[in-house]
Ligand binder design. Structure first.
Ligand code: HEM
Length: 230
């Protein structure tokens, strides 16, 4: 194991700001929904709108960062080891079984995380954002002319927005539990605060233009070894 820089500064800033905003949007949103009273309805509406715009700005920067760094590739879902990872969370973890996949700088997310985060980024968050914006502008149709969208009832929008909110809150709870299942209870948390985590090093890159295969099997065997290690 080697102390490795896994999460860069923008990534950590984005992660924690997103977490705080989603939590705050959930608190103010469920107050608007009528689940409890804390800030008072009018304040909750105002705070929800401010946090929503901040969230949109953060999303624009995060999209830019993911594409310029190539980090978006980390989130491409794969079936490989998906079953093993699910089995680990349901059974293995309670028997002290080893993690079925290895975390490296080039592969930070396990297959279940890839699938969940891709779903969040491509479906749940866009769903909450789009329904939230329709909700926001529907309320002032004359001012913003959103009547052109022919949104006649708030009901569908409200149901979609609230369903997305429930999914995000469910994700937060599961995320908090799974955060504690790293090498130690706090290793994942510390890594997202400091950026550093003790990891096995990434396998060395395989050179495609290598000469004829060595007796040990050459590049093909090396690729197989990487696949198994992953
Ligand atoms: C860019 C993102 C978002 C926008 C633009 C947005 C916008 C809105 C608006 C305009 C309302 C209605 C306020 C009113 O009635 O005056 C609302 C309600 C609500 N929002 Fe958001 N929101 C966003 C993100 C979120 C997130 C991330 C959550 C939860 C995690 C959330 C949870 C809620 C809930 C639960 C309600 C009450 C829905 C109802 O009872 O119909 N919102 N949101």
């Amino acid at each position: 194991m080697k102390r490795t820089y896994v999460y860069r500064s923008f990534e950590r800033f984005w992660h924690w700001t997103q977490a705080a905003l989603i939590l705050f949007l959930a608190v103010t949103g469920f107050e608007i929904h009528g689940s409890f009273r804390f800030f008072g309805f009018d304040h909750a509406v105002h705070y929800h709108a401010v946090a929503a715009w901040s969230f949109l700005v953060l999303i624009v920067f995060a999209i830019f960062w993911h594409f310029t760094t190539g980090e978006w590739k980390q989130y491409v879902p794969t079936w490989e080891h998906l079953r093993a990872q699910a089995d680990y969370y349901v059974f293995g973890i309670f028997r002290n079984a080893p993690h079925p996949t290895k975390k490296t700088v080039l592969s930070k997310l396990n297959p279940l995380q890839k699938l969940t985060y891709a779903g969040l980024k491509l479906l749940v968050i866009p769903g909450v954002v789009v329904s939230g914006l329709l909700y926001m502008f529907y309320r002032y149709p004359q001012r913003h002319e959103v009547l052109g969208l022919n949104v006649r009832s708030l009901q569908t929008i409200a149901v979609l927005h609230t369903a997305g909110a429930f999914l995000l809150v469910t994700f937060l709870v599961a995320h908090l539990y799974l955060m504690t299942t790293g090498h130690t209870v706090t290793s994942n948390l510390k890594a997202m605060i400091t950026g550093y985590e003790a990891l096995e090093p990434d396998p060395p890159p395989v050179r495609a233009e290598s000469p004829s295969p060595s007796p040990a099997g050459g590049p093909v065997a090396a690729l197989d070894a990487i696949a198994v290690a992953d």
